[in-house]
Design a protein around this ligand. Structure first.
Ligand SMILES: CC(C)(COP(=O)(O)OP(=O)(O)OC[C@H]1O[C@@H](n2cnc3c(N)ncnc32)[C@H](O)[C@@H]1OP(=O)(O)O)[C@@H](O)C(=O)NCCC(=O)NCCS
Length: 213
């Protein structure tokens, strides 16, 4: 994880926040500029709302993975367990301070959140964002969410039960799940290997078609 953060040239650390550290999440959310705060909550969220929100995160089993520089949270990824009423699926939400955006931090946090979700045996995750939120739509798409537009929101699910690509040599699970083209390459490589084996077994000497190279 430290390597990933170094690779994007940031000096801080990514780690899970303890329940007692939720005030750090609250401070981070309060520091967001008004547009970012609006995007994060897909609507109006004043100081007292954020106070209550962070306090709830400390008691309802929410997992928060944060990027910290010193004691300051500059980015957070939240994994909210399904409550069976409002949400039937665990929900994820992200907030990255404007000064550290577009450096891959949201992606680092997303990967880490997916690992946490898998550790909890979650089968899928829900992501909800404003219909105009291009940044979050791009981030969610990168991790396989197919967002659909409804009631002014974009909602999508991420299926965590995809085949364990990490068992395929030469492929990193997160990268493969993140990039559809990579997944296509895994399938193509498996097919190529199968037909190479079959041709060898049949003592045929036909070249493997270029499309599988
Ligand atoms: C959405 C958000 C978390 C993205 O964080 P980030 O650290 O900038 O994300 P990354 O740098 O990892 O970018 C992820 C992908 O999204 C794309 N992206 C990021 N911002 C984008 C934008 N404004 N427009 C289009 N694409 C964008 C990146 O190009 C990247 O794709 P790539 O890896 O293929 O190049 C951040 O913009 C944010 O905190 N916004 C305000 C809060 C919010 O909207 N939260 C979502 C509600 S849950």
């Amino acid at each position: 994880m430290r390597d990933e953060i170094n690779a994007i040239g940031l000096p801080g650390v990514v780690r899970r926040l303890d329940r007692q550290e939720m005030p750090l999440l609250r401070e981070h959310l309060l520091r967001l500029d008004s547009e970012s705060r609006h995007d994060r909550f897909n609507g109006f969220a004043d100081e007292s709302f954020i106070e209550r929100y962070a306090a709830k995160c400390a008691t309802d089993g929410t997992v928060v993975i944060a990027y910290l520089e010193g004691d300051e949270v500059l980015a957070a990824a939240e994994l909210h367990p399904a409550d069976g009423e409002i949400s039937q699926l665990p929900e994820v939400a992200f907030s990255v301070d404007r000064k550290v955006r577009r450096r891959g931090l949201g992606s680092v946090l997303f990967r880490r959140l997916i690992s946490e979700a898998k550790r909890r045996d979650y089968g899928s995750l829900r992501v909800t964002t404003g219909a105009q939120n291009e940044a979050m739509r791009a981030l969610a798409n990168k991790f396989g969410a197919h967002l659909t537009f409804r009631h002014g929101e974009s909602t999508g699910e991420i299926d965590l039960r995809k085949p364990p690509a990490s068992t395929v040599p030469g492929f990193d699970l997160a990268d493969v799940l993140a990039v559809p083209e990579a997944w296509a390459r895994v399938i193509a490589r498996s097919q190529r290997d199968y037909w190479s084996w079959w041709l060898r077994m049949s003592r045929w000497q036909l070249p493997v078609p270029m499309i599988w190279q």
